[in-house]
Design a protein around this ligand. Structure first.
Ligand SMILES: [Zn+2]
Length: 77
């Protein structure tokens, strides 16, 4: 029962309409989202709409990039 890898499309069909990720939600979920990405999990399924927001929002997209670099353990560039 603990299968987090539900397809985004399925989540969308089951959910209450189109998921809307605001900058606030994005900021709250970014840590978890990046950790899932780095773990090779389906981060978009965990936070539906996140990828679209990151593509459409330069501020959050940048935050996502730097957090990914940070958590990936690349150290200071
Ligand atoms: Zn944003």
């Amino acid at each position: 029962m603990s299968q987090p890898q539900l397809a985004p499309v399925l989540r969308r069909l089951l959910g209450p309409g189109r998921p809307e990720v605001t900058c606030e939600v994005c900021f709250d979920e970014l840590d978890r989202y990046v950790e899932l990405e780095l773990a090779g999990a389906d981060a978009e399924a965990a936070v539906p709409g996140m990828a679209a927001h990151l593509r459409g929002c330069p501020a959050c997209g940048e935050e996502h990039e730097s957090l990914t670099a940070l958590l990936a353990g690349d150290g200071p560039a």
